[in-house]
Design a protein around this ligand. Structure first.
Ligand SMILES: CC(C)(COP(=O)(O)OP(=O)(O)OC[C@H]1O[C@@H](n2cnc3c(N)ncnc32)[C@H](O)[C@@H]1OP(=O)(O)O)[C@@H](O)C(=O)NCCC(=O)NCCS
Length: 198
């Protein structure tokens, strides 16, 4: 099967489409609820997101919001994961369904990556980490060894999570932030080292 249906005609979706081409998909289409959009990165938008469940083909949800990504993914069959050929991933890594790993990302040994995650361009996740479902490790962010990151947490661009740190569910770690100790309360954290701002 070489049809891929990408749900969400976003900038993120464009990058997902680029990976899909490299992985051999020849028929790429998008679904999006913005009726004014006709194409995304040169690929046609053929319907609304609700059409996905009735369509035949592999599927991936390219929506940045973790709650929405989760909601769509849970309703759909044939969800695939995509790994850019220029990502470096240890053979002792498990990657869940619906997860995308972008170019230049590195994931080291004995790390688990859950379902629906985004390991974005140039991000690294080191050894023995547990990255739960729908986590986004943004472009250029670094997660050091033996960290645990809870469901739906968003690790901002260029941020650093020091080794042996646990971060709970539903945190937003701001761009450029540095986390050096456990975060046990959901919320938004910024700065070096991070402070909770809401
Ligand atoms: C942390 C974040 C979520 C806050 O967003 P927000 O609630 O819209 O905040 P605002 O932009 O209104 O900024 C509020 C204040 O926090 C400061 N601030 C915002 N983000 C900050 C950050 N990452 N680090 C330090 N300070 C930050 C702003 O300068 C502003 O300060 P001021 O009140 O003194 O002017 C957001 O700025 C951020 O970092 N998002 C991550 C984006 C990202 O990594 N994208 C990756 C895509 S792959």
């Amino acid at each position: 099967m070489n049809r891929l249906i990408i749900i969400g005609a976003s900038g993120h979706g464009k990058v997902v489409a680029d990976i899909a081409i490299k992985k051999g998909y020849t028929d790429i289409v998008f679904l999006d609820d913005d009726a004014s959009l006709k194409e995304c990165a040169g690929y046609p938008i053929v319907g609304k997101t609700t059409d996905a469940k009735d369509m035949f083909g592999d599927k991936i949800v390219a929506i940045g919001n973790a709650d929405i990504r989760c909601e769509f993914q849970n309703q759909l069959d044939n969800i695939i994961s995509l790994i850019h050929p220029a990502a470096v991933i240890s053979r002792r890594v498990h990657i869940g369904k619906g997860t995308v790993v972008m170019a230049g990302a590195i994931i080291n040994s004995d790390t688990l990556i859950g379902d629906g995650c985004i390991i974005n361009t140039g991000a690294t996740v080191d050894h023995d980490c547990m990255i739960h479902n729908y986590v986004h490790v943004s472009v250029g962010a670094h997660v050091a060894g033996t960290c645990e990151i809870g469901n739906r947490t968003w690790v901002g661009a260029g941020s650093v999570i020091s080794n042996n740190v646990n971060i709970c569910n539903d945190c937003m770690i701001g761009a450029g932030a540095v986390v050096v100790s456990d975060l046990v309360k959901s919320g938004t954290y910024i700065g070096v080292p991070v402070k909770r701002v809401r």
